[in-house]
Design a protein around this ligand. Structure first.
Ligand code: C2E
Ligand code: CA
Ligand code: CA
Length: 690
């Protein structure tokens, strides 16, 4: 049970103040009422007493004669006049000796007059008034009048009075409370409003609400404080909301990045995989076909390399738009790699339906793309795999579409191919090769073999050709004929070629320091000439390794010369100025023409081994070989016959002193140690001869 104090403590302030008002005002009014009533009582009783005294005096005066004559009847008559005074209970007249002469009693009272009149005076109590009045005639006491009045009337009146006063007091109290309530409201009202605002804020979390500050008292201070707090919370809330919004935006952005490609705004590979995984069961369930088109742009890398990434990106975006526009609603296109796109077609009636889409895609790219001032033609190779025919797993479908795409590339690009089971072995091998080739340099899987070239007269080594060998831990020794085209296509030939050049030139220095200098020929592929810095690089390597420029021969094929004729000429001239030798490899297999033999600063012709193979038996080959030799001699060029495998060939070539020979008949390409041994032998032979 809570104590009164506790109860009070928990009351709302309004009620507390009300209670205080009630108690204080009530107490004050009660006190005032009590004082009034008591005062009234005494004053009224005094009045009554005086009345009674007057009456007693009047009776004494009137009954003086009756006392003198002892006239009881007369006295009685005088007393009976008191009947008009309702307060008088009884009255009596005593003679001088104190004997009762006459008595009056109010009807219905049994009161008895005192036996002896009291000479000491009046008696006043809470209940009654008793007045004794001595009657004198000529200064001599003749008797006593006794009047006894009760206070019933007084009490009735006081009661009435009390009732009136109480009503008045209650009215006053009510009025006071009303007034105080009003006044209180001035205090509790703002407090209540403050509490209301607080509740509202805590319920609605609307921190923009403000409490009205309508006074400068403590409540006002409280309201201002509360508002200041709200401002702070609102600020925090705003910061928090902003932070949350930013986080949400960041999350959305991340989500976008996770699913979309920012260049083309197409779904990315990740999203594509998800979609493909959904498309497969649908195709399987409905009995329809789903097709996966793997699209790879042809020669996009060249655009990127020559026009820059910005144009490259814009081109991709335009390509994506065109491809997307040629698809139906429900087909999905994604960008899954640099210049690779994939399309998922669902609900196809037959396998062949995909080819229509592939044609449409090709058609969409057939118009030229104009970016700034550049006109760019884009073609694409498309590989198609169909679910369920070519697989029911997304990985398989993707791999097969990719394989078909590679096949399309091999078929001369700008076409589409459906996946066929036979494709896998071939393309796969090629792909594995590419993957391994990418790592071969850093894993130091390359070595150089050297094949000597001989002068037929002296039978001495007049030069060596550096030939690349790739020894892969799993694939074993891979022939250059197999991996060089891949290296060229992928551009890997550039760093590999640099390595070959540097290694061969270093080897020259080593030989010079040990067994004597021997001219070195290095094969340079056309792809290396596409790099602007080839000449600088070669000159750098020459300077770095200390090889004499005249001891270095670069072997180029005819097609290399044809491809880049304009800039090529300038580059070849720089080589010429530096004293570096140039040789045309596989001469006779390309567009051999005198015109560029005279135009380009070439030093050596290498007769392709296909013309050497059948001499002297084949008359045609003999004629060709003779023509090449004559041409070379007329231009003052050195000539090397490649692929010399037998004595007949040697005997035939011996007739031409300008021709050096290279071939299995003399030596296969051999590791550096073996060639060093050959050089040492030759040195020893020369020393013996001397
Ligand atoms: P290539 O420049 O014509 O090199 C001569 C090729 O003929 C070599 O093949 C060599 O082993 C082979 N050969 C030499 N004598 C005979 C012979 O008597 N009979 C027959 N049948 N063949 C002979 P290899 O080493 O397999 O190289 C093949 C091609 O790979 C080279 O043809 C060259 O075009 C390319 N290659 C080799 N090394 C490099 C290199 O470091 N850089 C570049 N760009 N290409 C290279
Ligand atoms: Ca060569
Ligand atoms: Ca050759």
């Amino acid at each position: 049970m809570p104590t009164l104090h506790e109860k009070f403590r928990d009351l709302p302030i309004r009620h507390k103040l009300g209670a205080i008002n009630l108690v204080t005002t009530g107490l004050a009014l009660c006190l005032a009422t009590a004082v009034l009533i008591v005062t009234e009582f005494f004053s009224y009783r005094q009045t009554l007493l005086e009345d009674v005294r007057v009456q007693a005096a009047m009776i004494g005066e009137n009954s003086a004669a009756a006392l003198v004559f002892n006239d009881a009847r007369g006295a009685q008559e005088i007393l009976s006049g008191l009947a008009a005074s309702p307060s008088v209970v009884q009255a009596a007249v005593f003679d001088a000796r104190g004997t009762l002469l006459a008595v009056y009693r109010r009807a219905g009272t049994k009161a008895m007059p005192p036996a002896q009149p009291d000479p000491d005076g009046d008696r006043v109590t809470w209940r009654r008034l008793e007045v004794f009045h001595g009657v004198r005639v000529k200064g001599e006491r003749t008797g006593t009048v006794y009047v006894h009045a009760d206070l019933d009337k007084l009490y009735a009146r006081i009661l009435w009075y009390a009732v009136l006063v109480t009503v008045a007091v209650l009215a006053a109290l009510a009025a006071a409370l009303l007034l105080l309530g009003r006044l209180q409201h001035g205090i509790t009202g703002p407090l209540m409003r403050l509490v209301g605002i607080m509740r509202e804020v805590s319920q609605t979390k609307n921190y923009a609400a403000r409490a009205a500050v309508d006074s400068r008292d403590e409540v006002g201070a409280l309201a201002s404080g509360f508002n200041a707090m709200l401002i702070q919370i609102e600020g925090h809330q705003r910061d928090l909301t902003q932070e949350l919004q930013e986080r949400k935006r960041a999350e959305q952005r991340l989500d976008y990045l996770a699913h979309y490609d920012t260049v083309t705004h197409l779904p990315n590979r990740h999203f594509f995989n998800e979609k493909l995984k959904l498309a497969i069961p649908l195709a399987l369930g409905t009995g329809n076909h789903a097709a996966l088109l793997f699209i790879d742009l042809d020669n996009f890398k060249i655009v990127n390399d020559t026009l820059g990434h910005q144009i490259g990106d814009r081109l991709l975006k335009s390509v994506a738009e065109r491809l997307g526009a040629s698809l139906r609603r429900g087909d999905m296109i994604c960008r899954i790699g640099g210049d690779e796109f994939a399309v998922i077609l669902e609900g196809l009636g037959s396998r062949d339906d995909a080819s229509m889409v592939a044609q449409k895609l090709h058609h969409s790219l057939s118009q030229v793309f104009v970016l700034d001032t550049h006109e760019i033609f884009v073609s694409a190779s498309i590989g198609i795999s169909v679910c369920p025919d070519d697989g029911t797993e997304s990985d398989t479908l993707l791999r097969h579409a990719d394989t078909a795409m590679y096949y399309a590339k091999e078929r001369g690009k700008n076409n589409f191919q459906y996946f066929q089971a036979e494709m896998t072995g071939k393309v796969l091998k090629r792909l594995t090769l590419e993957t391994h080739l990418r790592r071969a340099l850093e894993r130091e899987e390359f070595t150089l073999y050297y094949q000597p070239q001989y002068d037929l007269k002296t039978r001495g080594i007049v030069g060596v050709e550096a030939l690349l060998r790739w020894r892969h831990p799993e694939l074993g020794v891979v022939n250059p004929g197999e991996f060089i085209p891949v290296a060229e296509e992928t551009g890997l030939i550039v760093p590999i070629g640099e390595w070959v050049l540097r290694t061969a030139c270093r080897q020259w220095s080593t030989w010079k320091a040990t067994v004597g200098a021997v001219p070195v020929a290095v094969n340079v592929s056309g792809r290396q000439f596409q790099e602007d810095r080839l000449v600088d690089l070669v000159l750098e390597i020459v300077a770095e390794t200390g090889i004499e420029p005249s001891q270095l021969t670069l072997e180029l094929t005819e097609s290399t010369l044809m491809d880049n004729s304009e800039t090529m000429l300038e580059e070849l001239r720089r080589f010429e100025r530096a004293g570096i030798q140039l040789s045309i490899d596989d001469f006779g297999t390309g567009y051999s023409s005198m015109s560029y033999l005279t135009r380009f600063p070439v030093n050596t012709l290498k007769i392709d081994r296909s013309f050497v193979r059948d001499i002297p038996g084949d008359a045609d080959d003999v004629a060709i070989a003779k023509t090449i030799i004559a041409m070379g001699e007329s231009l003052n060029l050195k000539i090397v016959a490649e692929g010399v495998e037998n004595l007949e060939q040697v005997n035939f070539l011996q007739a031409y002193p300008s021709v050096a020979v290279q071939g299995y008949y003399f030596s296969r390409p051999v590791p550096v140690e073996a060639l060093t041994a050959l050089l040492q032998e030759q040195q020893a032979g020369a020393a013996r001869a001397a």
